[in-house]
Design a protein around this ligand. Structure first.
Ligand code: FEO
Length: 387
């Protein structure tokens, strides 16, 4: 059975406890959920989004006692929310689809849904369900171009799909442990939303005109204290990084490891927060979380066949794609007999609008003067963070 949120408004959650990877890329240490919502208006019954097709059975379990769906609202065309639309249409063949103009193209191209059953809604347009009204808010790039939100006026519920969501499997309808959800939502923001920070920042004030009692995302629990997640997003979206340094690195024979340890000690002594990530063991999502706030990124790598270590290249390319608001960057690298390691790392981060701090690039194991150069790097970071 779908779970009651308010009168004639229901949560249909398909909780994916065992999923450990999203988009064949993103680690999901806490699983996830795909949330759809059912609104029974006095004239029309609406399903907001569906679930990942792998969990369609759960969707239909919850819909078992629902005889009719008039409209499927598609807020976002990615398959974890739209992938079961065709199955829902088989069960409810008279249902029509409502989506944004770009959503219509996406649904046709990605899901082969016939365009004659798809209607589009413009920004601010309303849809009456009889005694309930949905207002649509175009909110592009959270995180595809077609995304929109829907506001249920009478119940003051904002449906946000991916936006404000978290990858978290739970039986809770609402957030009960804010620190747990804060980390899961920040991980979600870092991996999915951060590349679109500036456009989200621009659209974020659109929320100000709505009185919101409940935020209903399509991943993770709902928020009955919307201020918690809205304030968190304001902080993450802000242009101001925090006084911290993120240090992803690899060490093959201890040279880079020695320099990275020395840097962490030096930063500690200068009162600068640092996060060190050995890329052979780190959860790449944790690295992404720390990049949300970081002011500086220092990449540590040995030289492998003239290039940075492949695991370092992967992490650096990912950081470049995620476009964190870091302001400074540098490289600590070693080589056996030569290479263009530092240049290659710098070439990989064109998206990061950073000032380069003097790198440390040495042959073999660090000597006294190399450790002094690391201390100079820490001085430089301290100075720039204090400015
Ligand atoms: Fe949860 Fe962008 O899909």
């Amino acid at each position: 059975m779908a779970r009651l949120i308010k009168e004639n408004l229901f949560l249909i959650n398909a909780t994916d406890w065992n999923r450990r990877l999203f988009d064949s890329l993103i680690p999901l240490p806490d699983g996830t959920s795909y949330n759809a919502y059912l609104i029974k208006g006095s004239e029309k019954t609406v399903l907001i989004d569906t679930v990942d097709p792998d969990m369609a059975d759960t969707l239909f379990y919850h819909l078992a006692d629902v005889p009719k769906i008039d409209i499927i609202v598609s807020l976002h065309s990615e398959q974890d929310h739209s992938g079961s639309i065709s199955l829902v249409l088989e069960r409810y063949p008279d249902a029509k689809i409502v989506t944004s103009p770009k959503g219509k193209t996406m649904l046709k191209e990605h899901l082969l849904i016939p365009e004659e059953i798809i209607s589009v809604v413009e920004d601010g347009e309303e849809l009456s369900l009889g005694d309930k009204t949905l207002k649509f808010i175009h909110f592009p790039w959270v995180h595809w171009p077609e995304t929109m939100l829907a506001y249920l006026k009478e119940d003051k519920v904002l449906f946000t799909c991916d936006f404000l969501g978290s990858h978290l499997a739970t039986t809770d309808m609402y957030v009960t442990d804010e620190s747990l959800v804060y980390e899961a939502a920040k991980r979600y923001y870092a991996e999915i939303m951060m590349p679109f920070r500036t456009i989200i920042q621009k659209n974020f004030p659109k929320l100000d005109e709505y009185e919101i009692e409940i935020v209903a995302p399509s991943h993770g629990p709902m928020y009955d204290n919307p201020k918690f997640i809205i304030d968190a997003y304001k902080d993450w979206l802000s242009d101001t990084p925090k006084d911290c340094v993120v240090i992803p690195y690899i060490s093959m024979h201890g040279s880079v490891g020695k320099m990275i340890d020395h840097l962490v000690f030096a930063l500690e002594e200068r009162g600068v927060k640092a996060y060190k990530f050995d890329l052979t063991v780190t959860d790449i999502g944790k690295l992404a979380i720390t990049l949300v706030d970081a002011k500086t990124i220092i990449v540590g790598t040995p030289t492998v066949l003239g290039e940075p270590h492949p695991l370092v290249s992967y992490a650096v390319k990912l950081a470049n794609l995620l476009k964190p608001k870091v302001q400074y960057a540098s490289v600590i690298a070693s080589y056996g007999w030569g290479g263009k390691t530092v240049d290659k790392v710098v070439e990989m981060i064109p998206n990061l609008k950073v000032e380069l701090i003097e790198p440390v690039f040495i042959q073999g194991f660090p000597k006294e003067e190399d450790l002094k150069a690391i201390e100079k790097m820490a001085d430089s970071i301290k100075e720039k963070h204090s400015a």
